[in-house]
Ligand binder design. Structure first.
Ligand SMILES: Cc1cc2nc3c(=O)[nH]c(=O)nc-3n(C[C@H](O)[C@H](O)[C@H](O)COP(=O)(O)OP(=O)(O)OC[C@H]3O[C@@H](n4cnc5c(N)ncnc54)[C@H](O)[C@@H]3O)c2cc1C
Length: 457
């Protein structure tokens, strides 16, 4: 949002609760394949319960995040699949989504060259395609699109928030280590925000012609609730995420690397479609989800399999905010739950069966096989809470342009607006939608965004 608005000439103030940084991806500290396993240590240090909480919410024990410039984008794993038509809200036309996704892909340097650079790629793809069988046109087994750009010197640089801010710095003022606790509003319009230093002290009052709330799925709904903004009964509701079923296998002898290589192992994708409702990635990651494989198993001899299964966004799957208790950011404490429906369990069961069969196709299971389903809220893909809808209703919080229904100039961006059932990793869609909101804010029919920053006591 900030990058696109600034590139369009708007003056933008970004307030971030986490610490200063460029938004560059942590993986670029060592962007070689050899750095893959070590990236788990980076994540271990970066991921934590939200808002300095001592523990995660009881019914969302997997819920962690990253506070800092770029949020979780400094630690994401770059899978940027094209969503299928049924995963996208239908009230933005398909052609329009297509153009937005293409713009987001350009900004993030999304491509498949990194997925196919290993000479074994075709062998992997053929094995997977044989197991999965016929799929709809365009949704066949294919290389996973990855957000990374090739370096002139060879190798890769992984994309993150710094790419989204490219060419925008002149018009952006970044204020870090400040938590927005209030969106100031009057008679159906937001007039600015109050940002409190994380370490304590007087708040800053920042006046603005428009306010965009992009504080993650929990933080965005939390700030709306804390500010007393009118958002209707859907605020916090229709949470969704992905049930992940995942494993690692020791590759069959003929699929192992038999010589040293500086190329990334194959990354194969089974796209979600109406015929196969979950998204599966077969690639090399930093995580070992299989207890039967030792932690020090050679990188070149293993491959990981992860399936992302859709979760129905039910009204009862929701966040709650306790106005009587403050969290570490001085905001109402957030709790919540995401319960799976019978059909959610059915799809995850189908995905698990396929995962075992694919494991046996690619791997040697003689020493056993194990898998993991991460704790609820732990997909890092929590969505919903500020659901977008076609028309003003009790089941949506924002308009198709991301605007809070009751306010002329207050918008929401980020995963919070995605309240439809889906299986593709969400970030490409989220960024595509953010571009759409930026277009709406900066269109001639909307007043020019001019944010001016002044201190208040
Ligand atoms: C390990 C990992 C792997 C992932 N892999 C992938 C992947 O391969 N593909 C994919 O599509 N997605 C992936 N994701 C998910 C991806 O990172 C998220 O979809 C994306 O970051 C969501 O963006 P967001 O803006 O909604 O929220 P966030 O990234 O959580 O950003 C929210 C920001 O708001 C700030 N904030 C919150 N409250 C306040 C407040 N009151 N005042 C000021 N600032 C506030 C936070 O500090 C944070 O920086 C992964 C995530 C992780 C952690």
């Amino acid at each position: 949002m900030a990058g696109e608005l600034a590139r369009k000439g708007c003056q933008v103030v970004v307030i971030e609760a986490g610490t200063a940084g460029t938004g560059e991806h942590g993986r670029n500290l060592d962007s070689t394949p050899g750095g893959t396993r070590g990236f788990a240590d980076f994540l271990e240090g970066a991921l934590a319960p939200l808002n300095r909480a001592a523990a995660t919410p009881p019914r969302l024990p997997g819920l962690v995040g990253i506070h800092g410039v770029g949020g979780m984008l400094v630690g994401w794993t770059h899978n940027s699949p094209n969503p299928d038509w049924w995963e996208l809200p239908g009230w933005i036309e398909h052609d329009c989504w297509g153009r937005l996704v293409a713009r987001a892909s350009d900004l993030l340097h999304v491509g498949v060259a990194i997925s196919t650079e290993d000479g074994r790629y075709k062998d992997f793809e053929e094995i997977v395609a044989r197991r999965v069988g016929a799929l709809p046109d365009g949704r066949e087994v294919q290389p996973m699109p990855i957000a990374a750009e090739p370096l002139d010197s060879g190798g890769w640089r992984f994309s993150a928030a710094d790419d989204l801010l490219r060419g925008a710095h002149e018009n952006i003022r970044l204020i870090t280590d400040h938590v927005v606790r209030t969106v100031v509003h009057r008679r159906g319009a937001a007039t600015g925000v109050l940002a409190h230093p994380v370490g304590g002290g007087d708040p800053l009052l920042i006046n603005a012609d428009a306010v965009v709330i992009a504080a993650g799925t929990v933080g965005s709904a939390q700030l709306i609730a804390a500010s007393g903004l009118e958002a209707g009964p859907a605020l916090g509701a229709y949470l969704t995420e992905h049930t992940i079923v995942a494993s690692r296998v020791l590759l069959k002898a003929n699929l192992r690397r038999n010589e040293e290589s500086d190329r990334f192992p194959p990354s194969v994708w089974i796209p979600p479609s109406r015929a196969h409702e979950w998204s599966t990635t077969i690639n090399a990651t930093q995580w070992n989800f299989n207890p039967a494989i030792p932690a020090d198993a050679p990188f070149d001899n293993t491959i990981d399999l992860l399936s992302f299964c859709p979760v129905e966004p039910q009204e009862s799957n929701r966040l709650q905010f306790d106005a009587e208790r403050e969290d570490g950011f001085g905001l109402p404490v957030a709790t919540g739950a995401v319960e799976l429906s019978n059909s959610d369990f059915d799809v995850a069961g189908d995905a698990l069966r396929e995962l075992f069969l694919l494991s046996s196709d690619l791997g040697d299971l003689v020493t056993g096989w194990g898998m993991r389903v991460p704790a609820r809220g732990g997909s890092m893909h929590l969505m919903g809470s500020c659901r977008m809808g076609a028309v003003e209703s009790e089941s949506s919080v924002v308009s198709p342009e991301g605007r809070l229904w009751a306010y002329e100039n207050c918008y929401v961006a980020g995963n919070a607006v995605l309240g439809e059932r889906n299986a593709s990793n969400p970030t490409l869609t989220t960024i595509a939608f953010a571009l759409h909101v930026a277009d709406a804010i900066s269109s001639p029919s909307t007043s020019t965004l001019v944010a001016d920053c002044k201190e208040s006591s």
